[in-house]
Every structure is written in C-alpha cells, then in structure tokens.
Design a protein around this ligand. Structure first.
Ligand code: ZN
Length: 233
C-alpha cells in the first residue's frame, strides 16, 4: 500500500515539478562491488606476499573511490576484509540495491598469467534454487563483452588477457551450471579473476600500490562501458 502512495505522490509531484523527481536512478547509477571471500566457498587463494582476500579488498576500495568520483552510487557486499558473507547474501545485497551491475573481484590460482572475466551463460541450480533468469543471463553476457574489452584496453598490457568465460568454466559453476552468486542474482553480474595470484609476476602487480590503482582504473572503465551499453538497450 505504502508503495502505491509513494508512486501516486511521485506522479503528482512530477506533474508540478519539471524534472523526474522519482526517476529510476537505481537502474543506471548503482554499482555493487563484491570483494571475494571469505564465504562458504572458502578463503580463496594466496600468493607469497598477499592473499586473495586482501588483494580483492584493496582493489575494491580503490574501485569504489573511482566509481563515486564518476558519479556512481556504490554498495559493497562486505564492510571489512575478513567479514564472512555467503554468496547468496552477496547477491542479495546487489538485488536489494537494484544495482545496474554486480562486479565480483577475485584472484585465480593457476599455472597461467593474466586477467579473465566470467558471466553466467545458462541457468544453474543450488539448494533447489534455479537462476539467474534468462534476462539476467542475456544482460550479463552483453555486459561481459563490453566490460572485458574496456578492461583490457585500459590495462594496456599490464596484465595478459586470459579472455572471457562462462561461469561453467569455473569449478563450482561447472558443477552447478552457474556460480552461486549468479544463481541468486537478479541483476547483471560479472566476475573478474584479476590476476593469477600464484604467479609471481602477477602477484607483484596486484601487491603494488601502482598496480592496484591501474587495475581499479581498468575495472572502472569496464563498469562504465557495461553500464553505458545497458542503458542503450
Ligand atoms: Zn576467489
């Protein structure tokens, strides 16, 4: 009921005031940043000098600053580096904020080098819950392409381009059909493996203030490209 009153008041005001007082800012201006781990899927990986938790947290703070400077409203799924948040709760933070994009920050453990982006390309199932919707899948796939292209362009060779993948290429996504955070997401979602933390070359980049700043700037470029593409749809 309250919702209808608010809508009616909004309509009444919009007839009087010559700008959209109750414009849907949520669909274009809110970005949800999800610094990976700790969650039910563990504490993540670690390099020799920095953990995945700290790398994702450090970059998330810089990304938040950059996005706010660019006029976005930012919500974060965590309020401290070590806060335990389940992947379902992380998705719910993005859903409740009606985020234009949920950007999930991780680091990989692998033999390779470089940065990679992931998005759901089909529905998965976890605890009997099926998701995300086909709309979210389509929007995530569209976001993934422009996000990753802008990310790589901005990095300008700092990190190698490992490419774009579906959630199913990950261990958990392969089992479930999509990552848990994607299954529960009602907004477009992209996950970035920012580097291979077990590779000393990659670790040195994300363990440096300059490297973190450049990665955050590249993520910002990716987010802006993805949101600009969304608003055209
Ligand atoms: Zn991770």
């Amino acid at each position: 009921m309250l919702r209808y009153i608010v809508v009616l008041l909004g309509l009444a005001f919009s007839m009087i005031i010559p700008f959209p007082l109750f414009a849907d800012i949520s669909s274009t201006n809110v970005i949800c940043i999800d610094p990976g781990h700790p969650s039910e899927s563990g504490h993540g990986t670690a390099g020799r000098h920095i953990t995945e938790i700290d790398a994702a947290w450090d970059v998330s703070l810089l990304l938040k600053q950059d996005l706010i400077a660019d006029g976005f409203t930012v919500v974060s799924t965590k309020s401290s580096a070590e806060e335990f948040v389940t992947n379902k709760q992380r998705a719910e933070t993005a859903n409740n904020a009606h985020a234009a994009l949920m950007i999930r920050l991780h680091c990989d453990a692998d033999a390779g080098t470089g940065i990679a982006s992931y998005a759901p390309d089909r529905q998965g199932v976890v605890n009997g819950v099926h998701g995300p919707s086909q709309t979210v899948i389509d929007e995530s796939q569209a976001a993934l392409k422009v996000f990753h292209a802008a990310l790589i362009k901005s990095l300008d060779g700092l990190l190698a381009d490992r490419g774009m993948f579906a959630d199913t290429s990950t261990r958990i996504g392969g089992k479930q059909g999509a990552l848990t955070g994607s299954i529960y997401s009602k907004v477009p979602v992209v996950l970035v493996e920012m580097c291979v933390l077990t590779n000393p070359h990659d670790e040195a980049i994300i363990d440096s203030a300059d490297g973190q700043r450049k990665i955050a700037a590249a993520l910002t470029a990716g987010v802006k490209a993805a949101v600009a593409c969304e608003s055209k749809q």
